[in-house]
Write a protein that binds this ligand. Structure first.
Ligand code: ZN
Length: 209
């Protein structure tokens, strides 16, 4: 799926993308496992140059040679426990990659989406996948449908066990002093009666009942 197609895809709004980028720039943002853009550029320089680059620390020079490599012009990283190299992701690729993977997996949940990303990419956390998937409107609809409590019918098996009372406002078309109609219906027998009322207060209703 192209970037433009992702931008047009409905489940993730433009607002979701904006708030993600705002989050990246906020003090709340923390991801120590993703190399910063600065580090990515430094590793790039280390890999691409045979000469010694000043201002780059020894560890980074070593990491650059051993832990990183390039494939199709893209930087890849091999973590301590990872046998395979994975593509290094920068902050600004995370949104598109998570969305694309989530949609390719037909709205898979956090764990499946994360596992799929983790196989090929380095630097995206489970927490980030979680944050982003909360913006999927398709999944939000699914969640709200499954959360709805089932409708329980009220079973009444005796006369006047449950009576429904409705007050109908007739003040615009009053019959003398009576401005309300009190309608009562017994659930069990469906017996229905209407009474005129002067006023709405509960004492008036109680008298009728
Ligand atoms: Zn979804």
């Amino acid at each position: 799926m192209s970037q433009a197609a992702i931008a047009r895809s409905l489940p993730f709004s433009e607002q979701a993308q904006l708030s993600w980028h705002e989050y990246l720039g906020s003090p709340l943002y923390k991801n120590s496992s993703r190399p910063t853009l600065e580090k990515i550029l430094l590793v790039n320089s280390v890999k691409n140059s045979n000469e010694d680059i000043p201002d780059v620390n020894k560890q980074l020079k070593y990491d650059g040679k051993v832990k990183y490599d390039f494939l199709d012009g893209r930087l890849r990283y091999r973590g301590r426990t990872q046998e395979e190299f994975r593509f290094v992701v920068s902050d600004y690729e995370v949104f598109d990659l998570v969305v694309k993977t989530h949609l390719n997996l037909a709205h898979a949940g956090r764990q499946k989406t994360f596992d799929e990303l983790d196989r090929s990419y380095y630097g995206i956390t489970r927490n980030e996948v979680d944050i982003l998937l909360k913006h999927c409107s398709t999944c939000a609809v699914k969640r709200s449908q499954t959360r709805k409590a089932p409708i329980k019918p009220i079973v009444i098996n005796k006369l006047f066990g449950r009576v429904q009372v409705d007050l109908i406002d007739m003040s615009s078309n009053a019959d003398g002093i009576n401005k309300w109609i009190c309608h009562m219906r017994d659930h069990f027998s469906k017996f229905s009666q209407a009474y005129p009322l002067e006023r709405k207060p509960s004492e008036n209703v109680a008298r009728v009942v």
